[in-house]
Design a protein around this ligand. Sequence first.
Ligand SMILES: Nc1ncnc2c1ncn2[C@@H]1O[C@H](COP(=O)(O)OP(=O)(O)OP(=O)(O)O)[C@@H](O)[C@H]1O
Length: 237
Amino acid sequence: MTNSALAVAGLRVRRGGRLVVRDVSFDVPRGAVTGLLGPSGCGKTTLMRAVVGVQIVEAGTVTVLGLPAGSPPLRRRIGYATQNPAIYADLTVREALRYFAAVLRAPGSDVDRVISEVGLTEHAGKLVGSLSGGQHNRANLAVALLGTPELLVLDEPTVGLDPLLRDELWALFRRLADGGATLLVSSHVMDEAARCDRLLLMREGALLADDAPDALRRRTGTADLEQAFLHLVRAAS
Ligand SMILES: Nc1ncnc2c1ncn2[C@@H]1O[C@H](COP(=O)(O)OP(=O)(O)OP(=O)(O)O)[C@@H](O)[C@H]1O
């Protein structure tokens, strides 16, 4: 079995008539946290949509856990948290998760586990519609964790969270990867990049770099990843 959880080759996506992913190729290793970083609008969400198989692509291949993206057997092996959570506002957090656990045929015991993992135990009895933005995001992340998927595709999961919660979630991502899960996590916050094993830096639909944080710092001769990113942007223009 190949060690890569995800293999993208020559991916090209057009949205609204514009090329928003331009011949992107990369592999994501299993059991690691790979960060997908880049400015707003650079194509991170589009790339993630192609990985989970909901994006029409113009060219290229996306192979997930050895199968073409979008193959039905992958549905229960991938957890996807989008930026626009669609969780029923009139259910409590626990009720909503019980519902999704039933749909996904995840074990009932998963509900309390994932609520605890995202730090929502105290709020489990609250209506989803009454949660704060950060709590809502975490409830959305909890849905993605149901069924212990092999691949987690998380689109800006820490947006709107305070530094303490962000830190706790990154520690959770690390534990999940140490347990064998593969994580692809997008962010436009460069200080989160240092928490990843691998970084995919994107700009204007293209990959600027695919490297480990330390290697990237070394290669660009910079101390921090924000500087490394700027160095690469300048070198490319
Ligand atoms: N439904 C759509 N129709 C047409 N163009 C779109 C659509 N959705 C996104 N785009 C365009 O595709 C490009 C990539 O968008 P995408 O959402 O993938 O970027 P992103 O890096 O995830 O941004 P952000 O960090 O703000 O979420 C942008 O230029 C965006 O305007």
